[in-house]
Design a protein around this ligand. Sequence first.
Ligand SMILES: Cc1ncc(COP(=O)(O)O)c(C=O)c1O
Length: 363
Amino acid sequence: MSSLAVEHNAINLGQGFPDYPMSEELIALVNQHMQAGHNQYVHMNGLPVLRNVIAEKIYSLYKQQINADTEITITPGGTYAIYTALTTVLQPGDEVIVFEPAYDSYIPNIEINGAVPILIPLVYPDYKIDWDEVRKRISPKTKMIMLNSPHNPSGSVLSKEDIKQLQTIIAGTNIFILSDEVYEHLIFDDMKHESMLRYPDLLKRSFVCFSFGKVYHCTGWKLGYCIAPAALTNEFRKVHQFNCFSCNSPMQFSLADFLQNKESYLSLGNFLQKKRDYFLELMKQTKLKPLPSHGSYFQLYSYKGIGDEGEKDFAIRLTKDYGVATIPASAFYKNGTDNKVLRFCFAKKESTLEEAVVRLSSL
Ligand SMILES: Cc1ncc(COP(=O)(O)O)c(C=O)c1O
């Protein structure tokens, strides 16, 4: 959709990246560290001072003691952390429970390890987990359950009740959890982020993956981290050692400094919530109907009653004829489930959102 957007000079509300600038201060810090000569490989597991700051941040947010030496690994982005965690535990024939719609890397990452994705649809239109279905689909081969909250593409978030269900289901099993929490701070409406880091019984079997790109409006930086118990981290690092080895040094130094400023991440939820609300208000001028979004960069909109075609064709028509690119939600399902909904990214400047809505209001 991004190439189509370029071809047709469309406003790109499809791909999930901010079009507003990242922090000047953080850019200056990178420059400062490069000038100071921090340009060589750092420790394979990540710059120690950065891991320490992350451990402090986790304690202040989730009251969980994480060992910076043995339980945190800095990675080149969240996607890499997810791939590495899957590769760490999966053997051919293992089954992994994946909720759809799902971020596009999950299924290929499972399959390349010879494992089998067990696909469970989130329940439309709230995109909640059907835990009875999960119970039915668990088998002796189930190796892992993958979770993503706040969720891309729907913006749904895990609740306390979801956590209880998960705890009950996996108690007494050897099932691992992969928790994709890259939108950790992008959560709205005073909701609490139900991180695996809050729950020792879940954390002891989890790989929890994060992305600095999402936190600091710099998706192109591709830097993140994985938290897992020492024994799992030890195995994770065996994969990491011969794949990436060491991540970008000046950026790790600059993030170690910048993370000291708690406001820089604590203010994010409000910042993005304002964008969601602004976009919601503007979109009232169109015939598209919003589905609830409580987090992430995204909101789904239904075009039921506006167009008869499937999501992909409708999204192509919007791009070509109306100059606004989106992503069909069906792209996040292996079988292309089509509920007539499109994903819009509202992490954009107000002027971008305004211009997009002007174009969409003639729909
Ligand atoms: C759910 C989800 N997980 C992971 C990522 C990837 O993060 P990174 O860019 O750090 O690899 C994204 C990015 O869009 C995402 O939406």
